[in-house]
Design a binder for this molecule. Structure first.
Ligand code: HEM
Length: 274
């Protein structure tokens, strides 16, 4: 979508993994992380120059040649949008996928139920129950968002003053026992399920429909093709206070004896679902 040539996809994935601490070899060295962010920006700076000269059907070209209120975007705006899109795209959904598989492995009754009732999988935020929405609530890969209080408010017995910076811990909100009954239980039929995995308000995740579709398609294909999943070791968590994710989850998969067709048509997620 961004217009990064396929030959560079592995390189860009590697850089985003290092930039967010998901690459075990690179570790969490702040200098290496800063370098990876810089390398991403430099890559997009070069791509931007190419698309200015020779526009294509992609987002970088659209940002390079588009205007807002009659004025073009600045280079800084374009590069930071590219960085936000590639980080949002690479460093979130795959952790929800891995975490969803782990949650299903740890709750064999839910795994059996999903196999028996694959219609529970597809999702639309306002149409529970949906296993995909429960995976999103339960795995909550974005750990926190930061907000600045615009007015004084009392929240949960705490006074928040105008101008205070407040970190909203999304997995904690998704396990709020005042909102969710038995919040630590993974239940693919959890209803209602108004989680905050994609945050809320002005900055509500731009990629939520894409992420939801990706998860739905992944698990549809998985159910159709995979017979048994056997853990081969403990999951390894990323060291990060931004992303609640994994560096690995070793498993052995066996093929289904008779691969079934995808059990349900992939849901079409439209704006009305958000
Ligand atoms: C499970 C997957 C995902 C999760 C958990 C997630 C989470 C979030 C959260 C919590 C925010 C709000 C940030 C804030 O309020 O400060 C956000 C914003 C954003 N996300 Fe996602 N995201 C996911 C997938 C994606 C994908 C696939 C893309 C792009 C391809 C994406 C692109 C963005 C962008 C560009 C923003 C900024 C929106 C704005 O500031 O207006 N995200 N995401």
């Amino acid at each position: 979508m961004l217009g990064v040539p396929q030959a560079d996809w592995d390189f860009m994935l590697k850089l985003t993994m290092i930039a967010f601490g998901a690459d075990e070899n690179a570790g969490t060295d702040p200098q290496r992380i800063a370098e990876a962010h810089t390398e991403l920006l430099v890559y997009y700076d070069n791509l931007l120059a190419r698309r200015r000269r020779d526009p294509q059907e992609d987002i970088v070209s659209a940002l390079a040649h588009g205007t807002v209120d009659g004025a073009p975007l600045t280079d800084e705006e374009i590069l930071l949008n590219c960085n936000g899109l590639i980080s949002g795209g690479n460093e979130t959904t795959r952790h929800a996928t891995i975490g969803g598989l782990l949650a299903l492995l740890r709750a064999p009754d839910q795994w059996a139920r999903l196999r028996a009732e694959p219609g529970l999988l597809p999702s639309a935020v306002r149409r529970p129950p949906s296993a995909v929405q429960e995976i999103l609530r339960f795995t909550s890969p974005a750990l926190h968002v930061l907000r600045t209080a615009r007015r004084e408010v009392d929240l949960g017995g705490h006074r928040i003053r105008t101008g205070d910076q407040v970190a909203v811990w999304l997995p904690a909100a998704n396990r709020d026992e005042a909102v969710f009954a038995d919040p630590d239980r993974f239940d693919i039929a959890h209803t209602p399920n108004r989680h905050l995995t994609f945050a809320t308000g002005t900055h509500f995740c731009l990629g939520s429909a894409l992420a939801t579709s990706e998860l739905t398609i992944f698990f549809e294909e998985f159910l159709a093709r995979v017979g048994q999943v056997t853990p081969r070791g403990a999951p390894r968590r990323m060291q990060s206070n931004l992303i609640w994710g994994f560096t690995s989850l070793p498993v052995t998969l066996t093929r289904r004896a008779t691969p079934s067709r995808r059990p349900v048509p992939t849901s079409q997620v439209g704006p009305e679902d958000l």
